[in-house]
Design a binder for this molecule. Structure first.
Ligand code: FES
Length: 224
């Protein structure tokens, strides 16, 4: 699980920011991927790199990224304020992002929110007093097929219900390791339970087979 390395001091909002030596080398490697004179293309990945180093995007980060990409600082601010993945304020050790968009809501995100309130208290939009977690309610995170889901750091936790969400949040709160992925024991986004589509050999409109009989898929174990 990825977490912010430190809990930053909000009073340091205006402090200058500098990439570590390793991250500066990484920033240069990223910028080298773009054509000459197109350093602005590196604004997003460099902001991400800076956020991984500091935990959030301060004014100092904006100015550092603006300088290294030859971009006016206001253009960098526009990017920071457009994309919600950039934290505009210091966050806790873990950033818990709960999706409550339509598919997750239909699949029970209200129960995930209830579990979060019970474990983290009134920490929505802010950081718990012990600095362990910042809890955010977010829009679709692109894992609707495994709804409801929660993102913590870089990891997705999917197919949650009240009990599994509460176990997940308690593990985060108490520093226990957690396994990313489906909490309903399904493989990736494969159908849960039994298959409901393609249960027979599909045929073409003229009655033929979609998959040639000598294709590797068929000879290796059947067309389905
Ligand atoms: S609606 Fe929650 S991941 Fe898409």
């Amino acid at each position: 699980m990825t977490a912010a390395k430190t809990i930053p001091d909000p009073d340091a909002a205006d402090a200058p920011f500098a990439f570590t030596e390793a991250n500066l080398a990484e920033a240069r490697r990223i910028l080298a991927k773009y054509p000459e004179g197109r350093d602005r293309s590196g604004v997003l990945p460099l902001l991400d790199l800076a956020q991984r180093q500091q935990g959030w995007i301060s004014r100092g980060v904006v100015e550092a990224v603006a300088e290294i990409t030859n971009t006016p600082p206001i253009r960098v601010w526009e990017v920071v304020t457009f994309y919600t993945m950039y934290n505009q304020h210091p966050i806790g050790r873990h950033h818990v992002q709960i999706c409550t968009n339509l598919p997750c809501w239909l699949r029970g995100s209200d129960e995930i929110m209830r579990a979060a309130r019970e474990v983290f208290g009134d920490a929505f939009g802010r950081t718990t007093d012990d600095g362990i977690a910042t809890v955010s309610e977010v829009e679709c995170l692109g894992a609707c097929v495994n709804a409801p889901m929660v993102q913590i750091g870089d990891d997705y936790h999917e197919d949650l219900d009240y009990e599994s969400a509460k176990a997940l949040f308690q593990a985060i709160r108490h520093g226990r390791p957690v396994q990313a992925g489906s909490w309903a024991d399904r493989q990736c986004s494969a159908p849960s339970g039994t298959r409901t589509t393609l249960t027979t050999d599909p045929t073409t409109p003229d009655g033929g087979k979609w998959i040639a009989a000598d294709s590797p898929a068929v000879s290796a174990g059947g067309a389905d």
